[in-house]
Design a protein around this ligand. Structure first.
Ligand SMILES: [Zn+2]
Length: 526
């Protein structure tokens, strides 16, 4: 009884404070009325007032609230705009025909982070200035890519930096952090990140840590190619500890047969680290398949040395046929077997949509021979590779430290569909996550993890990045055959107080901001 009473009083005071503050600021630009919204796990109906680029009122309907424009939100769910911590959009946002970032806006994503997997512009400030000058559709933040910094100083060589070279790399990271990077990203699976030892990564991460940034990584090995998944997780935790930095594992997964089922062990290691006080989080795209070219998926690295011409010569060299085929067979096994690799070829469309198993049987040869025959015809064969299990995917998704990250790249539906698919399938159909959990994993949790200030929540003083939709209407249309189909179901998307999607259509407004992390250096951390 007492509690209810004091809560009522608190609510009245809250309403009064909001109302008075509002009057002082004059009328609203936009008032959204009657929308449903989750505050923590509790569902409420509220009015939300917007002035300029900010939310200035959240609460019960108030008489006397005047707005230039009123939007009836009844029957819709209101959420902060989604934040994607892992994209590959540096190029898109700089192109005239793509800077509106529609694949993301149509999914309700209002802020993206890019410069992931170790690749970013080295001059962060220049890129942010350019986006600001030319306009972008979503807000955008950048990581400084370790691979790009390494390439600048050491080219693409498999070498270790001297003390002087490491110092040069450190100063590039200092500059990037001064110019507003949100942290440092690595792609330790890829060249040139793969050439670096853990110590080098720790030294550079200390700089990002000193500026309050995070460490974002594509693990050295998500499978069993080199040090293995578990030792790669151990490496991230070592970096968290030694560089005193929050770490974020990108597109967490158990890739390939040798590590299927390892999600439980990975989660255990991460939660042990969290109990010790380390900040370890992750993001995930909600698809059990990746897409890549057939050559990188199954041809041993030694055989492609020198490019496609050299590969064909090796195909013709009888003295290495056995070892070449053995290597291909091992990589097919590692990814889940010939039935999990689905072909697409622009040159020979009769292969499209068929598995390697099917093609090999048809040609009456073993799968390695079929790979060689198909690559002789077409260098650019692509494969959709079903290399993850739904069980691992679901288990990762249920963790409250795992958020949604599209890892959007051309040719995979995740760029156009990650957020919509998670809502349609993993919430709506399979019920792996509930709605408040899902929304939180795409808003507040991401903003907090990345240190993005005043976004990710519907709160007075926060930026008005808002979306209105009916969850059951949200649909992804992108598929592996047609990966560039826009999602649908967002009734309204607002970026910095501007309506950019109205009734599911783009209004043409470029309302995004280039985000710069504001931080002061903490010398003690270096
Ligand atoms: Zn990656």
């Amino acid at each position: 009884m007492r509690n209810t009473k004091s809560r009522e009083i608190a609510l009245i005071i809250f309403a009064l404070v909001s109302y008075t503050a509002l009057k002082a600021q004059g009328d609203l630009d936009i008032l959204i009325t009657g929308a449903g919204l989750f505050i923590e796990k509790e569902f409420k109906y509220v009015d939300v007032g917007i002035k300029g680029d900010k939310i200035v009122y959240v609460g019960d309907p108030q008489e006397g609230l005047k707005a230039e424009r009123s939007i009836d939100g009844s029957g819709y769910l209101l959420s902060p705009g989604f934040i994607d911590p892992h994209t590959h959009l540096t190029y898109d946002l700089s192109r005239k025909d793509r800077k509106a970032n529609l694949p993301y806006l149509m999914q309700g994503v209002t802020t993206i982070v890019t410069g992931n997997d170790g690749t970013s512009p080295v001059l962060i400030g220049d890129k942010l200035d350019e986006w600001e000058r030319n306009g972008i559709g979503t807000n955008a933040a950048l990581f400084i890519g370790h691979g790009s910094v390494r390439k600048e100083i050491l080219s693409l060589d498999d070498v270790q930096p001297t003390a002087g070279e490491l110092e040069e790399m450190r100063s590039l990271v200092v500059r990037a952090m001064e110019e507003g990077a949100y942290g440092i990203s690595t792609g330790l699976f890829y060249s040139p990140g793969s050439y670096s030892g853990t110590e080098e990564v720790i030294e550079l991460s200390k700089i990002a840590a000193a500026y309050g940034g995070i460490y974002d990584t594509h693990l050295r090995d998500e499978s069993s190619y080199t040090i293995g998944l578990i030792r790669s997780i151990d490496e991230v935790i070592e970096i968290a500890e030694k560089a005193s930095i929050p770490v974020h594992i990108s597109h967490i997964k158990a890739l390939g047969k040798d590590v299927w089922g390892k999600s439980a062990e990975v989660i255990e290691i991460i939660e042990d680290a969290q109990k010790k006080g380390l900040h370890v989080t992750a993001n995930q795209y909600p698809y059990p398949a990746s897409r890549t070219n057939l050559i990188s998926a199954v041809i041993p690295r030694w055989a492609e040395n020198g490019g496609y011409g050299s590969l064909i010569k090796r195909f013709d060299d009888n003295s290495i046929t056995d070892s070449l085929q053995a290597g291909i067979i091992e990589n097919i096994r590692r990814r889940g077997g010939p039935q999990t690799l689905i072909f697409s070829s622009a040159k020979d469309t009769s292969l499209n949509g068929r598995s390697l198993k099917d093609i090999a049987e048809d040609w009456q040869m073993n799968p390695a021979q079929a790979v060689i025959r198909s690559l002789r015809q077409d260098e650019d064969i692509r494969v959709v590779s079903y290399n993850m299990t739904e069980e691992d995917l679901n288990r990762f998704m249920r963790q409250d430290w795992v958020m949604t990250g599209s890892d959007g790249t051309p040719g995979h539906p995740r760029k156009y569909g990650s957020f919509s698919r998670k809502m349609r399938k993993y919430y709506g159909e399979d019920k792996i996550v509930d709605l408040p959990f899902l929304l939180n994993s795409q808003t507040a949790v991401v903003a907090e993890t990345l240190g993005i200030e005043n976004r990710g929540k519907i709160q007075e003083g926060y930026f008005a990045d808002l979306i209105l939709f009916k969850p059951e209407e949200v649909k992804d249309h992108a598929t592996f055959d047609e990966p560039s189909r826009l999602s649908s179901g967002m009734f309204l998307v607002m970026v910095n107080g501007k309506v950019v999607i109205k009734n599911g259509e783009f209004t043409g407004e470029l309302a995004g901001k280039a985000l710069r992390k504001k931080s002061e250096i903490n010398i003690k951390k270096i």
